[in-house]
Structures are given as structure tokens and as C-alpha cells.
Design a protein around this ligand. Structure first.
Ligand code: SF4
Ligand code: SF4
Length: 354
């Protein structure tokens, strides 16, 4: 079975910003939020069936749900699960505020800090906040402190610009082909510092409000023909209480990637149910492009964009298209056996390697 080893808890859809590219459609106008008991229940139920390595707290802006965030970090710390906070640093208005907030979270047990910034954050959060949060974090020895930065063809806030503005030669997490550097070196203080450099993705609000020229899109999408390593294994808990396949984009209510409500069903049972779904297995073992090709073959009337920039963009174009999903469900016998064979082969290989 595919088991989650990372769980992203989407604490709230509410955010201090309303970035034009937000793949979670977050903003000050959203109000969904999680309470600690629901978070604890989900973490414990998943951790019981297979140990979680890391729980990532994200959103929206997770620090807006302060008490539940701190209780959840403390709970993870008590049961030996590492924690990461993904934040836009809107709270780091001054060096002393940044220090105060991070000190508290560090005392709660927070191990990793991710600070997001790019062109679309800047109208809402000054870059100075990022500098304040970064500098404060460097006084406290986290396991990792990462600045997450997405760029498009005409972005101003690039990794080079970030390095200049914080005045440090911070290493990049990915190479030019998007491959993660192997065995990243920790700094002298034991912390892994990096800029997580990625391409801007045309997802959700970005797909609705930005134009194609804002993204690096390609018409030869053969490079995107890859299995998804995140589906189920990097599951997410939505602010509405749904267990999701991943935190790729806002997935609540999606027929394939929303596994159900953790408030009414044991999270382990939802994972088991997801593992029985051929489409989610196809995403995990072959990738979304495999599914898109099947839809094009069996239902040529279903149309797709001609250009994509990422595997998740292809995934979204399939799983959010009811006609595509209907065609896949109707023709499951055409690709189901090959997916199950691949799953068995991978399981055998993993068993032998263990
Ligand atoms: S991208 Fe991040 S900071 Fe911007 S609206 Fe979305 S959740 Fe908030
Ligand atoms: S490819 Fe699909 S399942 Fe995988 S991370 Fe992206 S959106 Fe999630």
C-alpha cells in the first residue's frame, strides 16, 4: 500500500495576502480553519498505520491559527515527528517581532522553517519581512531554513535577487533541470539553508487570473511524462477536514484526490480506500500524462490545453475535468490491469531491496 510519510496540514484557507498565483485560492476573504482535535486525530491515525516523518503546517497563512498551530507542533514534538512551517512571514514586521514569534515556535518544537516570497507576494508582504524572519531564524538553529521562490519568465524576485537582498550566498535547492541537489550540505551551525527555486505553476488562481506568458509553458510535454512521487505519500489535510492526496492545489471535493472527511472516518480507512482507486494508482505509478493520453484516445472530444509547465498542471487538467474522469472510469478495464501489474512489480522490487 502507498502510505503517507509526510502530512501537510493546511491550517486555514485564510491568508494575509491574496497572491495572484495562489494555488490554494487563499486570501483574507476565506475563513475555513482546522481545530487542534481534528489535526491531532488525523496525525495519530496516520502515524499508527505507518510512521510520519514530517508534518508540514501550511495554508493560507498557518500562523493565523496560532493556538491550534502551537498545540499541533507540540503534539508532533511529543510523539517524535519532525515539523515544518510554511509561511509568508507577514508576522515578521520588525526584527524583534520576528525573533519573538520564532522563539515561541522553536520552544514548541518546530524544526524547519520555509519562508515563501516572489513577485506576487510583494504587494502584500514587504521583502523586509523575509529578511527579518531569515535573520531571526539564523539565531536559533533550526534543522532547515528555506526561502521558497517561484519564478516565471519576467519575475523580478529571483534567487539571484534574493541573495543580493539578504546579502548571503545561499545555495539553491534544485539544479537547472529541477533535479534536487543530492546530499545538501548543512551550514556550520548544523542548519540546512537554501533557496527552494521552482517554476511558477499555472494552477487555480494563477490559471484564472494570469496569462500564459507569465509561465514557462512547453508544447513538448514528453518531459512531464513521469509518475507522481507525492500522491498519497505526501498527503494533506485540508482546512475543511478532508484528507487529500497531496497539497498540489486546492483539492476539496475533487472526485479523485479528495479521499473524504477525517471528522467522520478514520484517516487510515481513507488511505486504504484511496489505495483501491485505479486512477490514483495510475497517477502514482505512471503519472497524469499517462491518464491524459488515455482520455484523448477513448474520448477524443474531451479537450486539454496544448501547453503545460508541470506534472501537477497536467494532473489538474485531468482530475478537475468531469468528462475526463467519466471516460477513465468507463474505460478502467483498458488500463487498470497494467497499473496493478506496475504496482505489484514496484512492491516486489521494494521488498527485495529492503
Ligand atoms: S501564495 Fe501563500 S501567501 Fe499568497 S495568498 Fe496563497 S497562501 Fe497566501
Ligand atoms: S501530480 Fe497530482 S497527485 Fe501528484 S502532487 Fe501533483 S497534483 Fe498532487
Amino acid at each position: 500500500m502507498l502510505m503517507p510519510y509526510i502530512l501537510t496540514v493546511l491550517m486555514t484557507n485564510r491568508c494575509t495576502a491574496k497572491c495572484a498565483h495562489c494555488c490554494m485560492n487563499s486570501g483574507p476573504d476565506r475563513s475555513e480553519r482546522l481545530d487542534f482535535p481534528v489535526i491531532r486525530k488525523t496525525i495519530d491515525e496516520l502515524n499508527d498505520i505507518s510512521p510520519l516523518l514530517t508534518v508540514v503546517f501550511a495554508g493560507g497563512e498557518p500562523t493565523l491559527v496560532k493556538d491550534a498551530l502551537r498545540q499541533s507542533i507540540r503534539h508532533c514534538s511529543e510523539i517524535g515527528i519532525s515539523t515544518r512551517l510554511v509561511t509568508n512571514a507577514s508576522w515578521a514586521k520588525t526584527p524583534s517581532t520576528a525573533r519573538r514569534v520564532l522563539k515561541r515556535l522553536k520552544a514548541d518544537g518546530l524544526r524547519e522553517l520555509n519562508i515563501s516570497t516572489d513577485d506576487y507576494h510583494l504587494p502584500f508582504i514587504p521583502f523586509e519581512n523575509v529578511v527579518n524572519a531569515w535573520s531571526a531564524a539564523k539565531e536559533m538553529v533550526f534543522d532547515s531554513v528555506v526561502i521558497a521562490n517561484s519564478v516565471g519568465p519576467s519575475s523580478q524576485i529571483t534567487p539571484e535577487c534574493i541573495k543580493k537582498r539578504i546579502g548571503e550566498r545561499v545555495p539553491l535547492r534544485f539544479d537547472e533541470d529541477g533535479i534536487e541537489h543530492v546530499a545538501p550540505a548543512a551550514d556550520a551551525d548544523g542548519t540546512y539553508y537554501a533557496i527552494s527555486n521552482s517554476q511558477l505553476q499555472r494552477l487555480e488562481r494563477g490559471a484564472a487570473t494570469l496569462s500564459d506568458s507569465d509561465f514557462h509553458l512547453m508544447s513538448d510535454i514528453s518531459r512531464l511524462n513521469a509518475p507522481c512521487p507525492y500522491a498519497i505519500r505526501n498527503a494533506a489535510l485540508s482546512a475543511r477536514g478532508s484528507l487529500l492526496a497531496c497539497c498540489g492545489f486546492e483539492l476539496d471535493g475533487n472526485e479523485v484526490l479528495d479521499f473524504g472527511d477525517v471528522r467522520t472516518t478514520n484517516a487510515a480507512r481513507l488511505i486504504e480506500k484511496a489505495n483501491n482507486d485505479v486512477i490514483i494508482n495510475a497517477i502514482a505509478y505512471f503519472g497524469p500524462l499517462f491518464l491524459m493520453k488515455i482520455v484523448k484516445k477513448v474520448a477524443p472530444d474531451v479537450s486539454f490545453s496544448k501547453k503545460f509547465g508541470s506534472v501537477c498542471e497536467i494532473c489538474r487538467s485531468v482530475v478537475k475535468n468531469p468528462d475526463a474522469i467519466l471516460a477513465l472510469r468507463e474505460h478502467v478495464s483498458a488500463f487498470g490491469p497494467v497499473v496493478i501489474r506496475r504496482r505489484m512489480k514496484v512492491a516486489k522490487h521494494n521488498q527485495e531491496a529492503a
